[in-house]
Design a protein around this ligand. Sequence first.
Ligand SMILES: Cc1cc2nc3c(=O)[nH]c(=O)nc-3n(C[C@H](O)[C@H](O)[C@H](O)COP(=O)(O)OP(=O)(O)OC[C@H]3O[C@@H](n4cnc5c(N)ncnc54)[C@H](O)[C@@H]3O)c2cc1C
Length: 403
Amino acid sequence: MAAGAPPVFSALVVGAGVGGLTAALALAQAGLSVTVVEQAKTLGEVGAGVQVSPNATRVLFHLGLEAGLSALAFRPEAVEARDWQRGQEISRVPLGEAARERYGSPYFHIHRADLVSVLGQACRAEPRITLRLGETVAACPGDGTPSLVLASGERLEADVMVGADGLRSLVREALFGPATPRFTGNVAWRGLIPAERLEGADIRPVAALWMGPGAHFVHYYVRGGTLVNFVGVVEREDWREESWSSRGEAADLRRDFAGWHPTVQRIVEAAPEDACFRWALFDRDPLQRWSRGAVTLLGDACHPTLPFMAQGACMAIEDAAVLAACLSGCSRNDIPAALSRYEDLRRRRTAGIQAGSRRNASIYHLRPPFSWARNQVMKAGLGMGAAMDGLYRYDALSAADTG
Ligand SMILES: Cc1cc2nc3c(=O)[nH]c(=O)nc-3n(C[C@H](O)[C@H](O)[C@H](O)COP(=O)(O)OP(=O)(O)OC[C@H]3O[C@@H](n4cnc5c(N)ncnc54)[C@H](O)[C@@H]3O)c2cc1C
């Protein structure tokens, strides 16, 4: 090492979802050498659409992904909330150029597989990153030592370790003990439909939210406008499977949204018979601590977030930027302090978004007369716009300097 050059640390990242891959890139760009361990054999096979708001595109662009993402994303003109049956507009918040001007970064709708594949390509092109796909982490110590054991029996060690292994994180369980996630009583239907199958259905170029009693329905374009992504959330107790690839019966989907506005009906009718997926929605209360010793958590592993603010992946992306900034330039002995600083900077914001997302489920699903009151509040411009503004202005790239 040249005199005066910062020390090169090694990092282990468990999980190559949106959070793990973004963390790997951010850490590598901060000078660490990173090994990512992911149980899936390939990256980005599954999933549907994901909304990536300016607070997250800002980070992704900083990591050099603007061209790759812009080529695959769709830029919505606005978020529009409507009544489930009559379709009248309840609230409209402009996005598109307005978002870019206001926040300095755009709002994207993107296929999750496209996002993961752009992140994966960038990781492969980064010489400091080693991707180990098809390897399951079987165990790691709970005392904050940055090491793990793979299912093959191989042991890996590093200077710092990040558990980005999702809602059922093994790293979190090792650090803080077992805790069963809570079923929220909501099940999400999701699917993708070629846009040409919806010609004449008046699918607006927006993030469309339809709010009904006990359910809501969201749709938007992805893959440059060639596919329409939908997510339909219904209150149900009889389905508890949580997987991007659990199929449901298209007939059940149609039954769940029978009587809704014709646009929603057109979408559920066009949903492919063999590719309607159901995802039971679980969450957890915020953790008091995310780190122990030289091991920390990131993304859904520490703050699983319901999709009702479209922020779970965005929070994981923000985490990655703040973590890298905290570790950048610190000495090996300072790693535990840097991780404490990272979680101190992030816990309040992510807990607020977890709570806000949970709250939105009940707000979206209100029944009359409460839904009438909600609509009046939203029509008066209160609620959605102001909440989004605070959310999107957050700059994860400077949070470690200013926090
Ligand atoms: C229906 C739905 C819609 C959503 N829409 C949005 C949206 O529009 N915008 C948004 O920002 N968020 C959205 N979210 C939330 C978002 O999907 C999650 O918050 C985000 O994917 C979390 O990313 P992560 O990297 O933390 O975890 P994950 O994506 O869960 O990744 C964890 C990774 O770790 C791997 N792994 C786990 N255990 C091991 C192990 N032992 N060994 C090796 N690898 C392991 C897994 O295979 C996986 O690849 C939505 C969620 C749902 C369910």
